[in-house]
Ligand binder design. Structure first.
Ligand SMILES: Nc1ncnc2c1ncn2[C@@H]1O[C@H](COP(=O)(O)OP(=O)(O)O)[C@@H](O)[C@H]1O
Ligand SMILES: [Mg+2]
Length: 287
């Protein structure tokens, strides 16, 4: 297996047992093996704990090691577009035709900008077929909830695909009712299929309790970054999380838990904020 940039792991030689276990779990999640299938992973931690950076790391690994596969990114509206922290030739924006999605520069009083790497799509077929393999395809439907339907489409394709949800709780809030609640139920059933449908989905939220419990119970692995709350069901104790090292230079530590086992991972790839701070907006949309 080849690594680009710095290695994520400390060398197994001389590593402590938690580090060896941590890198074993991470390898299982990063590398594609049809016998093991896809996975559903959540990173939690306080603001600035590098949750989004963990998503960027998984995305970049997928793009580099599996350049023929498709990678999709779901970004919140009215918040910095985090995929811009990748290199400019590593991302492409897709906007649903007729959706009124516009892009704005947060450093220039939200003046409208027109990103160059941008295409429009009419249908899910159109979007999936035109998504660029080996790049981070950031998709804007105009309403973030539409990702629930698009995830249903992705699992039906049957190809290795990676999907990233920055701030998942916006889509699958733990405090929904009525139609939203039913729709999130549908989403949780889709997420249950990820393993056999070869889809890897990595999500983050500040606190796992912000996310609907029907969605959370489908998680296969959890990453606890500094400031995370242990969720009660986890084998990782709060005290262990509180002792995680925060290191802006060499990377934050985290606990990674899967199938009742857990280990330590240091995220040594540091993703600084992008130079441009652009956000997406959609007229008349609250979220
Ligand atoms: N692997 C890392 N370890 C430590 N700090 C990091 C890492 N990656 C990024 N950072 C720094 O931490 C800050 C917050 O990162 P970010 O991923 O946006 O956190 P969050 O999504 O949890 O708010 C960024 O400004 C970045 O420079
Ligand atoms: Mg973030």
């Amino acid at each position: 297996m080849s690594y680009y940039r710095k290695s994520v792991y400390r060398s197994p030689t001389g590593s402590s047992k938690p580090e060896v276990l941590g890198s074993e779990i991470l390898q299982r999640l990063l590398n594609h093996d049809v016998n093991l299938g896809g996975s559903f992973i959540e990173a939690t931690g306080s603001q600035g704990s590098a949750k989004t950076s963990v998503l960027l790391f998984f995305a970049e690994y997928n793009m580099n090691v599996y350049p023929k596969e498709k990678v999709f990114w779901s970004n919140p509206y009215k918040a910095p577009m985090q995929f811009l922290r990748l290199q400019e030739d590593q991302w492409h924006i897709f906007v649903k035709e007729g959706s009124n999605v516009t892009f704005h520069d947060r450093a220039k009083r939200l003046r409208q900008v027109h990103p160059a790497n941008l295409s429009y799509f009419k249908s899910y077929d159109d979007l999936y077929d035109n998504a660029i393999p080996g790049k981070c395809n950031a998709v804007f439907f105009g309403d973030r909830k539409e990702w629930i339907d698009f995830m249903g489409y992705i699992v039906s394709v049957g190809e290795w695909t990676a999907v990233f949800f920055d701030e998942l709780s916006e889509i699958a809030s733990g405090y929904s009712s009525g139609d939203d609640w039913r729709k999130i139920g549908e989403f949780s059933l889709t997420l249950k299929e990820l393993r056999k449908c070869l889809v890897t989905c990595v999500v983050n939220s500040q606190s796992s309790s912000d996310t609907d419990h029907r969605v959370r119970t489908k998680l296969m692995a959890k990453i606890f970054l500094p400031g995370a709350k242990s969720d009660g069901k986890s084998r990782v104790h709060q005290q262990a999380i509180d002792n995680l090292v925060v290191d802006r230079q060499n990377g934050n530590e985290s606990w990674i838990e899967m199938d009742g086992r857990f280990g330590l991972v240091v995220w040594s790839d540091v993703y600084p904020p992008s130079k441009v701070s652009w956000e997406a907006r959609c007229d008349g949309l609250q979220r």
